[in-house]
Each structure stands twice: as structure tokens, then as C-alpha cells.
Design a protein around this ligand. Structure first.
Ligand code: ZN
Length: 233
């Protein structure tokens, strides 16, 4: 089974389209999305519809929950709060209900998928400390767990001296962000994983950042949200 895994689209339709075009060019059996479809960007409704149409499974992200239910806003930066309020208004009731219905965690094809962390999915934890990362392996029972949330792609294994994703070991893989990468590379992230061979590939794709930034500014959202797309921060 060949999977494409995407995460943290953040209402960036230009980046999402670029990623889906590459997925279609390669051909996969199923696409999964790790949440945060909305928040930050200019086109939340189109992104929700496209993810809903194209993905076999989708989990809830903290921005999806904030937009759908006005929950957890205080934990977000000021410019993100403004985007949440605007997106709440921009989405239809049906789109908000769809976001509200998303599960926090799912398992498919021998992989666990969760937005932030498998131990406490609803705490929206950040996994930067090594001991916190290590603990996560006790909280999923598949060989591979895919996460997003930090917007920084990464592969962590529970075994020493394992330098690439391969069968016989366990992995916690952050697939990075489609619509707002934060590792200094502004190109959109998409991950490809073959559940039979364990071939894993993290791909970066250029997209029309100028256009995505222009739409953010046109909506009246913070100029910093547009600027960070160019910097990949
Ligand atoms: Zn995010």
C-alpha cells in the first residue's frame, strides 16, 4: 500500500494544490491528512473541501478544533487567533461540523496517525525534548506513527544506529507542513510511505508563495503571516 501523508495545510490552497499534483503524478493508493487544515491562511473552505474529497482519513488538529468550536484559542498566538475567528465566519456550518467530527487519532495500514502526539493527542504537545519523544513509543502499537503539529519534518526511531526507515524497527515520523513550513525551507512538505517495503520519502515542492501571501494580505490578516511563508518559519 503506497500512502501519501500531508499535514498542517493551514488554509494554503496554493500549497495544497501543488502537493496534490505531485501525489497524482506519482500515484498512491490513499492519502491521509494529520490535521490543521485551517488556521493562518486565506482559503480555509476550499482546503476543507479538497481534503475531505481526496483523503481516506483525516485527524483533528488544534487549529481545526479552534475554528470549528472556538476552543483552545488562548493557547494560540494573537495573529493565529484572528485567523481562527475569521475562518469560523468563512466556513459553512457543514464544514465546521465536518471538522468537529474528526477523530484525534486513527490507525490504518499498520500506521498510527495523530496531529501532535500519540500519548495525549488532545493536549497538543510539542515534542522537542528527547525524553518526551522517547516516551511516545509506549503510546502507539503500530510500527510507524505519523505526526505533524511542529511543522518541522523529522524521523525518530526507538533503536540506535538505524539511519533510515526500514522494516524491523519502529518510527515516529513528523511529515512537516504543507502550508506553513518552519524549518527554514519555504517549500511545501509531503511524505510518501510504502507500507510493504517501508520506503519513506519526504519531498519538498515549490509553489506560488507570492500568490498565497497576497491572498493573506488581501483578507486583512497579519502581514507577518504572509511574510513567514517566504522565510519558511
Ligand atoms: Zn499547524
Amino acid at each position: 500500500m503506497r500512502l501519501a501523508i500531508i499535514s498542517d495545510i493551514h488554509a494554503n490552497l496554493d500549497a495544497l494544490r501543488a502537493v496534490l499534483a505531485e501525489i497524482d503524478r506519482r500515484g498512491v493508493d490513499a492519502i491521509y491528512c494529520l490535521g490543521d487544515i485551517v488556521g493562518y491562511g486565506a482559503e480555509p473552505g476550499a482546503c476543507v473541501d479538497l481534503v475531505r474529497e481526496r483523503c481516506a482519513g483525516v485527524v483533528l488538529g488544534n487549529h481545526d478544533e479552534a475554528v470549528a468550536k472556538y476552543r483552545g484559542l488562548r493557547n494560540l498566538p494573537r495573529d493565529a487567533q484572528k485567523a481562527v475567528c475569521l475562518h469560523h465566519e468563512m466556513l459553512s456550518g457543514e464544514q465546521r461540523r465536518y471538522l468537529s467530527s474528526l477523530p484525534l487519532k486513527l490507525a490504518a495500514h499498520g500506521c498510527t496517525m495523530v496531529h501532535a502526539s500519540p500519548d495525549r493527542p488532545h493536549a497538543w504537545r510539542r515534542l522537542h525534548r528527547p525524553e518526551v519523544l522517547g516516551e511516545q513509543f509506549y503510546h502507539f502499537n503500530t510500527e510507524v506513527c505519523f505526526v505533524g503539529h511542529s511543522h518541522i519534518p523529522d524521523v525518530v526511531t526507538d533503536s540506535p544506529n538505524v539511519l533510515r526507515v526500514r522494516p524491523g524497527h519502529r518510527f515516529l515520523i513528523n511529515v512537516g507542513s504543507v502550508g506553513q513550513p518552519r524549518d527554514g525551507d519555504p517549500r511545501a512538505c509531503v511524505a510518501f510511505f510504502d507500507t510493504d517495503t517501508f520506503d519513506y520519502e519526504a519531498v519538498r515542492l515549490p509553489y506560488d508563495i507570492e500568490e498565497a501571501a497576497r491572498k493573506i494580505r488581501a483578507l486583512g490578516l497579519s502581514a507577518a503571516l504572509a511574510a513567514r511563508l517566504f522565510a519558511g518559519t
